[in-house]
Design a protein around this ligand. Structure first.
Ligand code: SAM
Length: 232
């Protein structure tokens, strides 16, 4: 059984049957998806020898060693054209690292029909990268798991670059379009609103209030309010 976070990531890999899990750690996600018959084939990529060896051992000891390939490789270089991988998953890393991996995988990206990304931080940076590189966000989710909130997204190639508004970059274009957002989404943004309002108050009460920081924080507070209003 997967964690709530990885389960939500797994759900976003549908309908793709040939995937690559980049930064696979112990290969939990591909093993689960294959066991559930949700995929036919997966590449499990790991750049660090320790996790790579554990992933390789897990796959070898499973019933699916014919369908799962474990490779020691940096980022999207784990994928070969012959693999006919449709979708790459990059989960559980910072948004900066995810965009660096995407940035260095131009050729491999051209073979893909889908991306599933779960940045632990800097989610807006990842959304912006996708928009600027002709990837359109098609589905998103936000879940609370073991004391943390996680945002994740699926994207597909588009013919033209997209421009997202500040609100879309912050909360996610697909989240904002949901007929009903999940309760975890509302809880997360209410929590962020309270946090940022407290910071704003502190800044305003300072002996020398920093004008640029105040206007930045006030802008963020307004955006979150706007997003909460739009989804309630
Ligand atoms: N994807 C799994 C998940 O979401 O539970 C594992 C996340 S784990 C925190 C991040 C993994 O990414 C680590 O095992 C790390 O070695 C791997 N990693 C980091 N940079 C990488 C890169 N450039 N290429 C491949 N794997 C990488």
């Amino acid at each position: 059984k997967l964690s709530k976070r990885l389960q939500a990531v797994a759900d976003l890999t549908q309908p793709w049957r040939r995937i690559a899990d980049i930064g696979s750690d112990h290969a939990h996600l591909p093993l689960y998806l294959r066991e559930q018959n949700k995929i036919d084939f997966a590449v499990c990529g790991e750049v660090i020898p320790g996790p790579y060896e554990i992933a390789a051992a897990h796959v070898k000891n499973s019933a699916y060693s014919a369908d799962l390939v474990v490779r020691l490789a940096d980022g999207l270089q784990a994928i070969q054209q012959d693999d006919q991988v449709e979708c790459a998953v990059i989960a559980g890393m910072g948004g900066m690292l995810i965009t660096q991996i995407l940035e260095r995988g131009h050729q491999e990206l051209s073979w893909l029909k889908g991306l599933v990304l779960q940045p632990n931080q800097n989610v807006d940076v990842v959304r912006k990268w996708l928009a600027e590189h002709n990837w359109q966000i098609t589905a998103e989710n936000l879940v609370f798991d073991e004391g943390h909130y996680y945002q994740m997204m699926a994207a597909q190639p588009s013919k033209t670059p997209t421009t997202y508004t500040d609100l879309q970059l912050l909360m996610g274009p697909a989240m904002l379009q949901m007929p009903a957002v999940p309760a975890d989404f509302t809880h997360y943004w209410q929590f962020k609103l309270t946090q940022k309002q407290a910071i704003l108050q502190q800044l305003q009460n300072a002996s020398e209030p920093p004008a640029d920081k105040i206007s930045q924080m006030a802008k963020e507070v307004d955006l979150i309010k706007e997003g909460l209003n739009a989804t309630n």
